[in-house]
Design a protein around this ligand. Structure first.
Ligand SMILES: [Zn+2]
Length: 64
């Protein structure tokens, strides 16, 4: 039989597991994106253009 051991006491508080934070802001940003003239799908915002993932249309940003 093993020796009875005193239960270990932790001096530091338990680590809090990283909780995934849902970011609805990204969704809000995508709403502002222009819609595709072909399929009215929200277009992806790129650094110099907007693209449609459905029909591969790309619109260049004018104000550059
Ligand atoms: Zn499209």
């Amino acid at each position: 039989m093993g020796k009875k051991r005193k239960k270990k006491t932790y001096n530091t508080p338990k680590k809090i597991k990283h909780v995934y934070q849902n970011t609805p802001l990204n969704i809000l940003k995508s709403i502002n994106n222009p819609k595709c003239p072909e399929c009215s799908n929200n277009m992806a915002n790129h650094f110099n253009r907007y693209t449609c993932s459905k029909c591969q249309i790309c619109i260049l940003k004018k104000n550059l």
